[in-house]
Design a protein around this ligand. Structure first.
Ligand SMILES: Cc1cc2nc3c(=O)[nH]c(=O)nc-3n(C[C@H](O)[C@H](O)[C@H](O)COP(=O)(O)OP(=O)(O)OC[C@H]3O[C@@H](n4cnc5c(N)ncnc54)[C@H](O)[C@@H]3O)c2cc1C
Length: 408
């Protein structure tokens, strides 16, 4: 495969389109929904839903694009606008990725159709994390017991992005990871689609957070929550570990969702980092300071060096992200590259946004600007979809070809 770092004309048009959306529809309400945490950003949700969910709003985006890279381009541009609002978009989100990755054609039809959008906005969510199962998702304690034609779910899920919207708005759904057989370890963990308003699924509350405050992050309780067996994603049977790792297959399939989601989170991080860097460069330019990229190292100022380092970090993160995304488009295994991109971008965005606050002095710390908000919005990219440490661990395992039992 030839290496190209250029986006197709179609992706370039898409980028411009999303940038305009970010400028016109996200930035103006960015502070409002940071302050009014948990309030539904109706103007953004309605705009996004009615405009064809980020698709063509007067712009022809048909024609060859860059596949999954284009999804990352969208994430970068819209998170340049506002990462919290991006997460609040009415989409199937991670829940949709799970259905798309592991669902049958019938399940895709059943659960993803509402997102094509005739009625009211619809959200999807993915609930893996529990009090005792975060980084170690194989430790999930929520149970799913077979009862006739149903499964009955019991347990509590925490930190579920869009959990409130997905569980309360008709047409939405939450993909819940639960074990059908605790003895079987990973092999017993399966994913179940729980449609919004299913009896036994209860919203316990929403988190007050450091950043991405426009995004709803919910605790969901499942008490004898009954779903049809046809809502199980993937195979129902539990293969025990006898035949050489076969028992892990279902779990690994579920984990494959991360190969798609990690490049997107990395792109989101790049978007937030770029928002800060763009702003710093504009402010410096206003004061007549333009980084001299061709000046010898001993002549450049400390500020110029800082800006160049921020730019290098950002570019490196973006290129790793596009590589991981491009591999996905071409059907190549990308777990290593997805984790690399996520680890790099998570770290880059926290450094870049902190440096931006630092360089701008008191103005950077003030709520008059969005710079302090971007610093708060940055950190989550280093936490969800695998923390910095966990993604580094995955990279190490892949490079050394060690199983998780040997490097944990
Ligand atoms: C805003 C927000 C939104 C979220 N959205 C979702 C969602 O939609 N769905 C969902 O299921 N979850 C979601 N999460 C949960 C998120 O994925 C977890 O917080 C994350 O996986 C870390 O798990 P934990 O919080 O239990 O931390 P822990 O696993 O307890 O880790 C604590 C610390 O120890 C480190 N650590 C753990 N194990 C190791 C190791 N082996 N080696 C080195 N260091 C290690 C971690 O890196 C971390 O720094 C969300 C979290 C937040 C904050």
């Amino acid at each position: 495969m030839a290496i190209s770092f250029d986006l197709t004309p179609n992706s370039l048009r898409a980028r411009e389109h999303y940038h305009e959306m970010a400028v016109a529809h996200m930035r103006p309400i960015s502070r409002k929904y940071d302050d009014q945490e948990h309030e539904m950003p109706t103007e953004w949700v309605d705009y996004f839903w009615k405009s064809g969910r980020g698709g063509p709003t007067g712009v022809d985006l048909s024609g060859p694009g860059d596949g999954f890279v284009q999804v990352c381009v969208q994430a970068e541009e819209l998170c340049w606008g506002d990462a919290g609002l991006y997460l609040r978009m009415p989409t199937a989100a991670l829940g949709g990725s799970a259905v798309a990755a592991a669902g049958t054609p019938e399940q895709k039809e059943r659960f993803l159709t509402p997102f094509r959008g005739d009625g009211q906005p619809v959200w999807g969510a993915m609930a893996i994390t529990e009090a005792e199962a975060g980084s170690d998702s194989a430790a999930v304690q929520t149970t799913a017991d077979r009862d006739g034609d149903d499964y009955v779910l019991n347990g509590t899920k925490i930190f579920c992005t869009s959990g409130e919207a997905a569980s309360q708005h008709e047409g939405g759904f939450v993909v819940v990871w639960a074990t059908v057989d605790k003895e079987a370890g990973r092999a017993g963990i399966k994913a179940f689609v729980v449609p919004a308003n299913t009896a036994g699924m209860r919203l316990l509350g929403v988190e007050k957070k450091l950043g991405i405050r426009a995004s709803d992050t919910a605790t969901l309780v499942f008490e004898n929550c009954r779903v049809p067996a046809s809502n199980l994603l993937g195979r129902a049977e539990v293969k025990k570990k006898s035949s050489k790792g076969a028992g892990d297959k279902g779990f690994k399939g579920a984990m494959a969702t991360f190969d798609a989601s990690r490049p997107i989170v990395a792109a989101m991080a790049v978007g937030v980092g770029r928002a800060s860097l763009d702003f710093v460069k504009e402010e410096l330019a206003r004061h007549g300071i333009h980084p001299r990229y061709d000046a010898p190292a001993h002549e450049i100022t400390a500020v110029e060096r800082d800006v160049m380092e921020m730019e290098a970090e950002l570019q490196a993160a973006r290129l790793l992200t596009w590589r991981a995304a491009s591999m996905m488009t071409h059907g190549r295994p990308n777990s290593l590259e997805a984790s690399m991109a996520k680890a790099k971008a998570g770290l880059a965005v926290t450094r870049i946004t902190q440096k931006a606050v630092e360089l701008l002095g008191p103005a950077g710390y003030s709520k008059k600007l969005l710079v302090e908000k971007w610093m708060r919005d940055a950190k989550i990219n280093d936490i969800y979809e695998g923390t910095q440490q966990i993604n580094q661990l995955i990279v190490a395992r892949r490079i050394l070809d060690y199983p998780s039992s040997m490097l944990r």
